[in-house]
Design a protein around this ligand. Structure first.
Ligand SMILES: Cc1ncc(COP(=O)(O)O)c(C=O)c1O
Length: 394
C-alpha cells in the first residue's frame, strides 16, 4: 500500500495544473509581478459585501441549501439569462464556480470511452476535467492562424468521420487563453454542425462581459447546448466560488442526472457566496462593464510590451482578459522562456504548452491596477527585447 502505483490512473495521467507550476515560480522569485493568473483586480460591489456582512448571522447561511441553488438566486439568474443573454428555455443550476460547472457537465454527459472535441489553444482546466474523469479521447482541433477562431470546416469533417460520433464539443467565448471572440455566425455554424451530428455543445461564457471595442457578446440556445457562466471575474468574486449552468429545460432527465453529480460534489454552492452573488447581480450589468472598460489601458500597455515579438505575433485581446503571443520560432520550449523571464526580468506569464500550443505565451491584463500594469509591462518589454536581440542570457 501507499505507493504511487495505488493512485488512480485517471489522475496520474492528468496534466499537472499550470497554476501549481507557476506558484512554484513565485516562491522561487518572490519579487516577480504576475501577468499570469486569470484574475481581476477589483473586489465585489461594496453594497453587496455590506449586505452579506449582515446576513452572516442568519441561521440559514450555516445550513445546507437546495442542491440546485437558492431559489431567489435562481430566479434572478433566469431573469438575467432571459433579458441579457436571450436564453429563454434554459434551466439553472448554481455551482461552486464555472470549473465545477464544467466537471458537473462532463460527469453528466460523458462516459469514459467517449471522445470529445476542443480547439487549440484550449482552456487547460477543461482539458484536465476530461482527463480526470477518464475521458481521454480528446480531439484537439485547430484554430485559424490569424483569428484563432475554431476551425468549423475541420469540426464538420471530424464529426462526420469519427465513429462513434464525439459526445461533446466545447468552446470558450470569449476565449481563454486566446482572448478572441467567436462571432455569432461562426458560433451558430458550430452549433448547427453539432446538432446535425448529434453531439452536445458546451459554451463557457465566463468572460461574457469582457468585450472591448464595441463588440457585443451573444449566447445561443438549443436542446443540444449547455451554457456555463461565472461570477468570479465579473464581480471580483474569485474566492467566493459561484458559477452556474444554463441547460436545456426540454431535455428529459437532464435536471435529475445533473442533481446526482451536484449532490456528490458540493451538495450546494456556499450559501453566503450565493447571497453575495444575488446582491451583486442587483447592481446590474453596467457595474461590471464599467470595471471591465478600465482594462483597456492595461491591454494597450501590454500590447506595446509585446511589440519586440513583432505585431503579427500578437493576437487576442478582443475579449476576456488575455493576449496571446507567439515567441520567435527557435523558442519552442515556452516554459523555459517563462522561467527565464521570471528569474531574469521579474515577470510571470503562462506558457502556451499548457493550452496545447508550444512556442506561445498567455498574458493576462486583468489582475493589476494600471500603475502596477505599467511596471509589469516595462519588465516584460525589456525581457522580450533581450530575448529577441541576445537570447536567454543567464
Ligand atoms: C474560461 C474559464 N472558465 C472557467 C474558469 C473558472 O472560473 P470559476 O472561478 O468560476 O471556477 C476560468 C477561470 O480562469 C476561465 O478562464
Amino acid at each position: 500500500m501507499g505507493s504511487a502505483s495505488m493512485l488512480a490512473k485517471r489522475v496520474l495521467l492528468t496534466e499537472t495544473p499550470v497554476m501549481v507550476e507557476i506558484q512554484k515560480l513565485f516562491r522561487l522569485y518572490p519579487d516577480c509581478v504576475s501577468l499570469a493568473q486569470g484574475v481581476v483586480y477589483w473586489k465585489p460591489p461594496k453594497e453587496a459585501l455590506e449586505k452579506v456582512q449582515q446576513l452572516i448571522w442568519e441561521p440559514s447561511v450555516s445550513c445546507y441549501g437546495a442542491d440546485e441553488g437558492l431559489p431567489e438566486l435562481r430566479e434572478a439568474l433566469i431573469n438575467k439569462l432571459h433579458d441579457e443573454n436571450k436564453l429563454k428555455k434554459s434551466s439553472v443550476m448554481v455551482t461552486a464556480g464555472a470549473n465545477q460547472a464544467f466537471v458537473n457537465i462532463v460527469l453528466t454527459l460523458c462516459d469514459a470511452d467517449d471522445s470529445v472535441v476542443m480547439f487549440a489553444p484550449y482552456y487547460f482546466n477543461s482539458y484536465m476535467s476530461f482527463q480526470m474523469t477518464g475521458v481521454t479521447k480528446i480531439l484537439v482541433g485547430p484554430g485559424d492562424p490569424d483569428t484563432l477562431h475554431p476551425d468549423a470546416d475541420w469540426l464538420e469533417k471530424t464529426l462526420q468521420k469519427t465513429i462513434p460520433t464525439p459526445k461533446l464539443v466545447t468552446v470558450v467565448n470569449p476565449g481563454n487563453p486566446s482572448g478572441t471572440y467567436i462571432p455569432a455566425p461562426l458560433l451558430q455554424r458550430i452549433s448547427d454542425i453539432c446538432k446535425r451530428a448529434g453531439c452536445w455543445l458546451v459554451i463557457d461564457n465566463t468572460y461574457e462581459y469582457f468585450m472591448y471595442d464595441g463588440r457585443k457578446h451573444v449566447c445561443i440556445e438549443g436542446d443540444h447546448i449547455v451554457n456555463i457562466f461565472s461570477f468570479s471575474k465579473a464581480y471580483g468574486m474569485m474566492g467566493w466560488r459561484v458559477g452556474y449552468i444554463a441547460y436545456p429545460s426540454e431535455v428529459k432527465g437532464f435536471a435529475d442526472e445533473l442533481l446526482k453529480v451536484q449532490d456528490n460534489i458540493p451538495i450546494c454552492a456556499a450559501i453566503i457566496s450565493q447571497q453575495l452573488a444575488l446582491h451583486s447581480l442587483k447592481m446590474g450589468p453596467k457595474w461590471v462593464t464599467d470595471q471591465v472598460q478600465s482594462l483597456v489601458s492595461n491591454r494597450e500597455v501590454l500590447k506595446d510590451a509585446l511589440s519586440p515579438l513583432g505585431n503579427d505575433a500578437i493576437k487576442g485581446g478582443e475579449g476576456a482578459i488575455y493576449l496571446w503571443a507567439k515567441l520567435p520560432d527557435k523558442y519552442q520550449d515556452d516554459f523555459e522562456v517563462v522561467r527565464w523571464l521570471a528569474r531574469k526580468h521579474g515577470v510571470v506569464l503562462i506558457p502556451g504548452i499548457s493550452s496545447g500550443c508550444r512556442g506561445y505565451v498567455r498574458i493576462s491584463f486583468g489582475g493589476l491596477h494600471e500603475e502596477q500594469c505599467r511596471e509589469a509591462s516595462g519588465r516584460l518589454k525589456k525581457g522580450l527585447q533581450q530575448l529577441v536581440s541576445e537570447g536567454m542570457v543567464p
